[in-house]
Design a protein around this ligand. Structure first.
Ligand SMILES: [Mg+2]
Length: 360
């Protein structure tokens, strides 16, 4: 198994990369992707080779998975560390001063569900809504901090109600607009880093099994696209400027949603102080997608090359801290990786409760 080049190393090693991604849906910008074992194993996509066009290749499954696992590391550490700040006596100032809570840091529902998403991608390479719904329901440990609405939907699914019925039944038939579909999706975005249209479709599928409301789904799409852009930027060895990152997120999200408007507002707040961003965008304290996703995208765009800074910003902002740190952490780690300069610190990862065995 080969790893993913640490961020910042990209330019140096570019010549060693031997897979090229050509994503027609994204306007055909070729990107360079590392990780292939040999040039002989390149897999051109038939029928796309034309005069003047770059050949099309696909990302190798191992590379996809390595990116998704890094994102999951960032998500789970953010979740586990963030949730420590609900313990009485813990203060954001401690983290700012590098005083870490004593381990182990227990992860919560964000991580449990993200592990199911990743396990399914690892096994099948795509989201199958029926089996994802059963995985979520079967693996739910309610003490992990699931909201009452989520527990109810998952109990219905576990006892035989089809997921479309269970998901639609939430909130008097409107479906959930909560941040639960967004909190678990960043690794999926990293996995599909080579195709925005696949990211959008697969994020939507992963959201629908529990979130029938357009805002809940839009939240997942926004976070997945942000993580995909982050992973892609890592492969290209280029840090995207924050405006460009948020513009591509906004462009992929249903323009009729509050999530879309929030991401656009977030773009207008780049460079502004954290409290101002929180005032305008929220901090997840309402546990809705609109109240959570724009803020976390702002944090990730602002601190894309500094994982600890992204998590610290979420902790300082307060609100639904485990989830905001999980979302921002999942996006940022898709770019920084783990135990790299600016990446998920090795000691933070070691302090996190181990992930469940079934995630592999
Ligand atoms: Mg949680």
């Amino acid at each position: 198994m080969y790893g993913v080049t640490p961020v910042g190393e990209g330019a140096k090693h570019r010549a060693a990369y031997d897979v090229i991604v050509f994503d027609q849906e994204d306007g055909g910008h070729p990107s360079t992707v590392l990780g292939a074992a040999s040039v002989a194993s390149l897999r051109p996509t038939p029928g796309t080779r034309q005069a003047g066009a770059t050949m099309t290749f696909t990302l190798y499954p191992d590379t996809r998975l390595a990116l998704a696992r890094d994102s999951l590391a960032g998500l789970s550490v953010g979740d586990a560390l963030g949730s420590q700040f609900f313990v009485p006596g813990r203060h954001p100032a401690d983290l700012a001063a590098d005083r870490l809570p004593p381990p182990p840091w227990q992860w919560t529902d964000d991580t449990e569900m993200a592990c199911s998403v990743l396990a399914q991608l690892a096994a099948a390479g795509r989201i199958d809504r029926d089996s994802l719904a059963l995985d979520f329901a079967g693996r739910c440990e309610p003490y992990r901090g699931y909201g009452p609405g989520a527990v109810r939907i998952l109990r219905l699914i576990r006892t035989g109600t089809p997921w479309p019925v269970a998901a639609a039944s939430a909130f008097d038939g409107q479906g959930s607009c909560g941040n639960g579909a967004a909190m678990r999706v960043a690794p999926l975005g990293a996995y599909f880093a080579d195709s925005t249209s696949r990211v959008v479709a697969q994020a939507q599928a992963s959201a629908e099994v529990t979130h029938a409301h357009p805002e809940g789904i839009a939240g997942a799409v926004a976070v997945a696209v942000a993580a995909a852009r982050a992973a892609r930027a890592r492969l290209e060895g280029d840090r995207p400027d924050p405006e460009r990152l948020l513009a591509s997120v906004a462009a992929a999200v249903d323009p009729a949603t509050e999530v879309h408007r929030g991401v656009r507002r977030a773009a207008g707040l780049l460079g502004r102080p954290l409290p101002e961003a929180v005032d305008t965008l929220g901090n997840g304290s309402r546990v809705t997608a609109p109240d959570t996703v724009a803020f976390t995208c702002w944090v990730a765009a602002t601190h894309l090359d500094d994982y600890p800074a992204a998590v610290r910003a979420c902790v300082e902002a307060g609100g639904d801290v485990d989830t905001t740190a999980a979302i921002a952490g999942g996006i940022v780690a898709a770019y920084t990786g783990v135990a790299t300069d600016g990446g998920v610190p090795a000691d933070w990862l070691a302090a996190r409760e181990p992930l469940p065995d079934w995630v592999g």
